[in-house]
Design a protein around this ligand. Sequence first.
Ligand code: BDR
Ligand code: CA
Length: 330
Amino acid sequence: MTSILPSKVIFDTDPGVDDAMALYYALAHPAIDIVGITTTFGNVTVQQAATNGLYLTAIAGKTVPVTKGVATPWVKPGEAPPDFIHGGDGLGNLPSRVATSNQLDPRSSAQFIVDMARAHPGEITLVAVGPLGNLSLALKLEPQLPQLLKEVILMAGTITEPGNVSPVAEANVWNDPHAADHVFTAGWKLTMVGLDVTHRVIVPLALVKKVADKHQHVATDVLHHAVSFYADFYSGIYPHVAKIHGCFGHDVLAFIYLTNPELFGLESGRMRVAVDGLAQGQTMLQRKSIPYPQAGWGIGMPVTHACMQVDAPAACKVLEDTLMSSWLHA
Ligand code: BDR
Ligand code: CA
């Protein structure tokens, strides 16, 4: 009998409520082996992101290296984190935290990515769900990174769905547009899981409550508290989300794409990012195979795959089944 080894994954993240849900999905899923968590600024400061990465893994009883990465965008000035979406602590303002003792890996997130890619050439999938500064910096440290990583999956961007920080920009790309354009043009096997699909998947708070009720565990209690805060935010601005009282799936969809690519419909083409001006952070996909005379769209530009359709009920079912499994007590 042949057994399929789980994919080695580095999770680049800014936890963040939906980042926490994504992390727990990944830790729970038998086809995913999280070999490192590389944190970045975004939903919270990088210091808080690193603290949350350590905390979420420790309370789930998992030992995974966690690193601290870039604290600001590459070029544009940094901004205050959106505490009204994720809470000031990134986890919906937890009333208290249990004591834990996990320590940070001393390497920077970018150095960790490079070290792991060199140590396991062709084996590591990088799933990034925050601003893309760590990945961009890793590329600068190791220009061969696209050949060393197996593939890259991003929760980032949007093609036809309206943006969530401007009419055309998604938050992770908008937070560091120069890094995002660097990543989209680097030449790896790259799939973008953006708002075109993440806005189709509303995760009901009731699903997370069911998971917490089943496990009766601090990790799933923390997730339930965090998602409750996040669901209030989304329900406050989107009436169709309020009807379900839930939140968009965002980051966990990047992992669901990894485990269940059959649930997604893709388009492929060259992708660029508008780095400044009113369209800052816009992800532009070349959807027609015609030669464009404008600079920046030449045949040397690599192709990106963008998720454009998703089977939302099936994605929610995969999420529920995975979080309901016995991952916390194995
Ligand atoms: C993305 O931005 C962050 O707020 C979420 O964690 C997600 O990665 C959605 O636009
Ligand atoms: Ca995120």
